[in-house]
Design a protein around this ligand. Structure first.
Ligand SMILES: C[S@@+](CC[C@H](N)C(=O)[O-])C[C@H]1O[C@@H](n2cnc3c(N)ncnc32)[C@H](O)[C@@H]1O
Length: 263
């Protein structure tokens, strides 16, 4: 609901956003008007957006699987394509599953999984304190815990060999390709969220290498990656004894690689 009268002139906002290159200027203007609590705040929000900040950072939230997830400025914005990974993970998990969301960012993936599964226990990890703060808020209503640290390192030892599903959207952009990303990403999302090293697979390989220690019998590891990196990802899965399969969604440039541990 807008906080402004029906007659509030949105047109100048649309014009400003369009001039700044926002393709969905009308939709964005509507969201900004609805979220601002007074005209001064609205003007500041429009100025931030026109200067190139991601809409989600300006609003402070992103819609993900129909849920409003808090996304603070400086935290990776969850992508709608990742809803595909959430559905794949949900299809594999049993009731009361133990789920680990590695590289959780805002925690949107873990929180979305928690919203569709039957009483899962979600453990989420990120190395960036700003992301951890955000994830704690998004997972507050779930049976979940959020840890700060490097990949599996902060997880409780008791989870070793008992995790049903590990999901990870690790940084997977090759270092040399970051300069070609849209400015919204490369200027407003942290480098640690994007940079996957020379071939984009540095963090992915570490996630895969340690997964067998944490997965229970027939546990699953799900990774989102770019289609170009699927062969390298499959190679990592095979090296660590995970039986992989690849799931692509038409129209997306990313794939989900799912590895299942030996029984
Ligand atoms: C591409 S973002 C994905 C965030 C979230 N899963 C999502 O889809 O919105 C990658 C995240 O991995 C985190 N990260 C990078 N290296 C990490 C590491 N070694 N351990 C834990 N988290 C890491 C970054 O801080 C960032 O939040």
């Amino acid at each position: 609901m807008s906080n402004f009268p029906e007659s509030h002139p949105q047109l100048p906002i649309v014009t400003t956003l369009r001039a700044a290159g926002c393709v969905f200027a009308e939709d964005e203007a509507r969201l900004l008007v609805a979220d601002a609590t007074n005209p001064e705040e609205l003007a500041a929000m429009v100025a931030r957006r026109a200067a190139g900040e991601p809409l989600e950072h300006v609003l402070g939230w992103a819609e993900f699987l129909g849920i409003r997830m808090t996304v603070d400025a400086g935290v990776f914005v969850p992508r709608r394509r990742t809803e595909f990974l959430v559905r794949e993970a949900a299809a594999l998990a049993r009731p009361r599953a133990v789920v680990v969301d590695l590289c959780c960012g805002s925690g949107a993936v873990g929180a979305a999984i928690a919203s569709v599964l039957d009483r899962p226990r979600v453990h989420a990890v990120d190395i960036d304190p700003a992301a951890v703060r955000c994830a704690r808020r998004n997972l507050a209503g779930a049976d979940g815990r959020v840890y700060s640290g490097d990949l599996y390192q902060p997880l409780p030892e008791a989870l070793r060999g008992r995790v049903d599903v590990v999901v990870a959207i690790a940084p997977y952009v090759p270092t040399g390709a970051i300069s070609m990303m849209p400015p919204e990403a490369r200027e407003h999302e942290p480098r640690t969220a994007l940079d996957g090293g020379a071939d984009g697979l540095d963090v992915v390989r570490r996630v895969v290498a340690e997964a067998p220690d944490w997965l229970g019998p027939h546990g699953h590891l799900l990774l989102e990656t770019s289609r170009r990196q699927v062969p390298g990802t499959l190679d990592a899965f095979a090296r660590h004894g995970l039986v992989p399969r690849v799931v692509d969604l038409d129209g997306l440039h990313s794939s989900v690689v799912i590895g299942t541990g030996p029984g």
